[in-house]
Write a protein of this length. Structure first.
Length: 294
């Protein structure tokens, strides 16, 4: 699981495992990197968890881990009860490391894209840390199963993963024979930035029956109004940039023939249990957009 050029490799240490244990561990935890200071046992169940990723926090809630999760970020807004009552240790990109040390977790759950590598490495020097790398539906389903294993919720995690897989299979079959809509998905303004290849959003767009016009550009390219020429549909996300109705008018002036819509960014970029709701949302969105495009 190589990191991008120029990034320092995160270490996966197996010094305390025998060969059989290494094989079992890598087989079970396919979607993640484990960074740990001492020893992680495959049979260990973690009970003092800090989550640094909003979508994975929601997954932990749906796995019924209210007692085990002891801290979250200020962006972990779901569920609202956790947001109100649990300790918040900063943001996804500015974790308060001293506060984390005060609450002394036994597991930290982070993500390669959403968290800062140096901050994760600083925590991983002391605490067992799970770093997920989710870029499509397949890796999201594997992540859900992996978290279930580490938290003693294997059966519940499998049930969530199977429900999501079934819903998305039905979605795929529904739109399989229809033409794809040439679409751009904007995530930022000033400058405009779009979702490109190698992103979870790109994979979700495909399930919506959309052809990402920036599929040949990596990650989140900076774009201009000229780059949107030829789009049939432009989606303006609610996060990380909170696009509003006024932005529709701005972009419509540059591409008057295109359909422009505000969309729920959580449905496109939250890769935990939120995916159970996402399939139905995508079906609705596809029907609306398909029927409104000349």
């Amino acid at each position: 699981m190589p990191l991008k050029t120029g990034e320092k490799n995160l270490l996966l240490q197996f010094d305390s495992f025998n060969i059989a244990e290494v094989f079992l561990f890598t087989y079970i935890l396919q979607a993640v990197m484990i960074i740990h200071p001492h020893t992680i046992h495959t049979s260990k169940v973690y009970s003092r968890i800090v989550s640094l990723v909003p979508s994975q926090t929601e997954l932990l809630y749906d796995l019924q881990l209210a007692d085990e999760v002891i801290a979250i970020t200020k962006f972990c807004v779901h569920p609202s009860t956790w947001f109100k009552n649990k300790t918040r240790i900063g943001g996804t990109k500015n974790v308060k490391i001293d506060l984390v040390k005060q609450i002394n977790p036994d597991l930290i759950i982070a993500n390669k894209e959403e968290n800062i590598q140096e901050q994760v490495e600083a925590l991983a020097g002391t605490y067992d840390t799970l770093v997920t790398d989710v870029t499509d539906l397949k890796s999201a389903l594997q992540m859900i199963k992996d978290v279930g294993i580490l938290t003693g919720k294997t059966r519940d995690a499998l049930a969530i993963a199977r429900t999501i897989e079934n819903k998305f299979q039905q979605l795929h079959e529904k739109f399989a024979g229809e033409s794809k809509i040439k679409t751009a998905y904007l995530v930022w303004k000033d400058p405009y930035m779009a979702a490109g290849s190698g992103t979870f959003i790109n994979d979700m767009m495909a399930y919506c029956g959309m052809e990402n016009v920036f599929f040949n550009r990596d990650r989140y390219p900076q774009i201009t109004g000229k780059d949107l020429q030829g789009c049939e549909l432009v989606l303006l996300s609610s996060e990380p940039y909170p696009f509003e109705e006024k932005h529709i008018r701005e972009i419509q002036a540059a591409i008057p023939a295109a359909k422009i819509m505000l969309v729920d960014g959580e449905m496109f970029s939250w890769y935990g249990s939120r995916l159970i709701q996402a399939a139905g949302y995508f079906e609705m969105l596809r029907n609306i957009s398909y029927n409104s495009i000349p």
